[in-house]
Design a protein around this ligand. Structure first.
Ligand SMILES: [Zn+2]
Length: 298
């Protein structure tokens, strides 16, 4: 069985010492971490805190954080890490409801749009949900090429910001030759209708009905492939995580654990769960630690 760790949200704004403090002990055990990198990220403040979160608007290229780039390149050359593409700027848009306009969640805009309604009522849209196709096409191409130039590695996997992607958002991703890693809990059909999409949707539905699980193998969509990931966020317990893992182990399906280093650092109990889970995985002799890119087959 193949096992990969996916860490989202590495960007210009990431401090290498944060990655080191989460992963140094994990790398010692031979795990590989696949970093989902935002090529031109806007700054996010109070990530994960609904009542305080906002973003600034200036986009910063990851290449300007020389210390981080060197750190990642060293880890890649040691075989301890790999890189995937995580959107372009990771810029969200918010809305106070269906009939209200979308806006950037800057501090100023939030003040203007809140009007006493409270942030709990806000709907949040990831960039591959709100940006138009033409913009996503040019930005996906630019972001992919930029990361390949900086890290000297071919980019082959795309991780949608906020795990959210529309049918229009998926088109540029597959046109750029990228496979998709998602959490894909939703069974909603949002693909163009063809032989592959119908087959995969049926498989997903079948596994949901039969096992109450997501379809755990790589799905071939003709022009790209997709594989689900299992996230460790919010209040997921160690038992839920172990049960998802054991199911995949029994079915000899790959297991991709998706985390955010910043969230693990903010939330010590979550970091404990993460470490305890990896200790558990480490006890299985038939589990190989892989880079996420390698799980999609030829
Ligand atoms: Zn993200």
């Amino acid at each position: 069985m193949n096992f990969a760790i996916r860490d989202d949200d590495v960007s210009y704004w990431t401090n290498p010492s944060d990655l080191e403090s989460v992963y140094s002990g994990i790398w010692e055990k031979g795990f590989v971490v696949s970093f989902s990198v935002i090529p031109f990220a806007v700054k996010a403040v109070f990530s994960g805190e609904k009542d305080k979160f906002y973003q600034e608007e200036n986009e910063k290229p990851i290449g300007e954080n020389k210390e981080l780039v060197k750190y990642l390149k060293d880890k890649i050359s040691e075989g301890a890490a790999s890189i995937t593409l995580h959107g372009y700027s990771h810029q969200y848009k918010f809305s106070a409801g269906r009939r209200y306009p979308l806006f950037y969640p800057t501090l100023e805009n939030l003040k203007k749009h809140l009007n006493g309604t409270g942030r709990g009522k806000m709907t949040c849209y990831g960039e591959y949900k709100w940006k138009p196709y033409e913009q996503l096409r040019s930005e996906t191409m630019k972001g992919e090429k930029y990361l390949e130039d900086i890290f000297g590695k071919k980019i082959s996997v795309f991780v949608p910001p906020g795990n959210a992607i529309s049918g229009d958002g998926l088109r540029p991703v597959s046109e750029c030759g990228l496979n998709l890693s998602g959490t894909m809990r939703i069974i909603k059909f949002n693909r163009e209708i063809d032989f592959y999409s119908l087959k995969n949707w049926t498989l997903k539905l079948f596994w949901r009905l039969l096992y109450h699980r997501v379809y755990p193998y790589v799905m071939n969509y003709g022009d790209h492939r997709e594989l689900c990931a299992y996230d460790l966020i919010n209040r997921k317990t160690i038992d839920e995580l172990k049960s998802e893992f054991l199911f995949c182990f029994k079915k000899n399906a790959p297991f991709v654990l998706a985390v955010h280093h910043w969230e693990l650092l903010k939330n010590p109990p979550l970091l404990e769960t993460f470490k305890e889970f990896l200790e558990f995985v480490f006890t299985f002799k038939d589990v190989s630690f892989k880079d996420l890119n390698s799980l999609y087959g030829g």
